[in-house]
Design a protein around this ligand. Structure first.
Ligand SMILES: Nc1nc2c(ncn2[C@@H]2O[C@H](COP(=O)(O)OP(=O)(O)OP(=O)(O)O)[C@@H](O)[C@H]2O)c(=O)[nH]1
Ligand SMILES: [Mg+2]
Length: 334
């Protein structure tokens, strides 16, 4: 079944019961409305879902009800094939038990698979005040650090994220988690840095359309508002595009987008900035933000867009090439 090749990255979601694992999965990968997660039932057995984007991703939830360290559960095989361990802590609940559980899991996972990325979501922070969030984060990082020190594992890298399904924080966290599993990331970042330098673009993201995770961005820091604006622009563009498709003729819905022309969309924001979107390959779109100070008049805007179009074309060609090479280097065994 799920093959353990370089192209099939597995993310393991763990944490105590009711922490929010299934909710995160449904909201990020299935576009479930956050409020609808209230009705999710507790997961009773390991559940795996596959997602195809730039890389093929499996996300596996290990429900809080299970004990993975009883002898008849093959935890060793499981952990040894995993790219990232994502541990979800409910920050609205008493979390000391979770921290003990977490360090035990880290100890085990690291021993079986020292290359595993360990990611901790301090989750449901929507219920906490700004001050309390910071306190919780500080306390959790401190305690995890202490426990790892006691275990002689002070060298293990652990990343922490404050998340909630009610805002974009969980998408941002998953973007950074997934990026670590993309082998081509350094080259992609290089290519995007190049694009920024030569196109007067301020920020550029390579988004997975379905999940709104960005699989790469240029190396300037990500500001969550810019992320939000760019992610929302994808939905707006697709909604408008669907309208046009229905107008053109009544085609059967699903395979339409891949067959027709490439999506491209440009929009002026009220503050004078410009959003630019272009469809790439494998369910990806490129979204760039261009700030207003670059644009003096219509002529300068037009020539700016010409340059961006040209550079984005080149980027897309490189992406296609990189994708083909990646397939040859480590083909999947389907
Ligand atoms: N306030 C808030 N509630 C959340 C958030 N994420 C999940 N929840 C709620 O947490 C509850 C439990 O979520 P689940 O996703 O079922 O938890 P789980 O970790 O999958 O639990 P098990 O399957 O039992 O291991 C649900 O009622 C969700 O609505 C969040 O970011 N903020
Ligand atoms: Mg669950």
């Amino acid at each position: 079944m799920s093959s353990n090749t370089a192209n099939n990255a597995t993310i393991l979601l763990m944490g105590l019961r009711r922490g929010g694992k299934s909710s995160i999965c449904k909201v990020v990968f299935h576009n479930m409305q956050p409020l609808d997660t209230l009705y999710l039932e507790s997961t009773s057995k390991p559940t795996t879902e596959q997602f195809s984007s730039l890389i093929d991703l499996s996300v596996m939830e290990l429900p809080g009800q299970l004990n993975y360290f009883e002898p008849n559960y093959d935890s060793e095989r499981l952990f040894s094939s995993v790219g990232a361990l994502v541990y979800v802590i409910d920050s609205q609940d008493e979390y000391l038990n979770a921290l003990t559980n977490l360090s035990m899991i880290i100890e085990y996972a690291y021993q079986v698979n020292p290359r595993i990325h360990i990611e901790v979501l301090i989750h449901k922070v929507d219920g906490l005040s700004e001050d309390y969030r910071m306190d919780a984060q500080r306390e959790i990082m401190q305690r995890v650090g202490d426990e790892l020190l006691d275990l002689g594992l002070e060298g293990v890298q652990v990343s922490f994220y404050l998340t909630s399904i009610f805002d974009h924080s969980v998408y941002e966290a998953f973007s950074r988690i997934v990026q670590k599993l993309v082998p081509e990331l350094p080259s992609l970042e290089n290519m995007l840095d190049n694009l920024v330098q030569h196109s007067s673009v301020d920020k550029v993201f390579l988004f997975d359309v379905n999940s709104k995770i960005y699989v790469a961005t240029d190396s300037t820091p990500v500001d969550i508002q810019t992320y939000e604006v760019c992610a929302e622009f994808i939905d707006i563009t697709i909604d408008l595009d669907d309208l046009y498709v229905e107008d053109e003729k009544q085609q059967s819905s699903n395979s339409v987008r891949s067959k027709k022309r490439e999506l491209r969309s440009i929009s002026n924001l009220s503050n004078g900035s410009i959003l630019y979107l272009r469809q790439m390959i494998r369910g990806l779109v490129l979204v760039a933000l261009i700030r207003n100070d670059e644009i003096v008049n219509d002529v300068s805007l037009e020539s700016l867009i010409t340059v961006i179009d040209y550079n984005v074309n080149n980027f897309k060609k490189s992406l296609v090439k990189m994708w083909q090479n990646a397939r040859i280097d480590h083909p999947t065994n389907h």
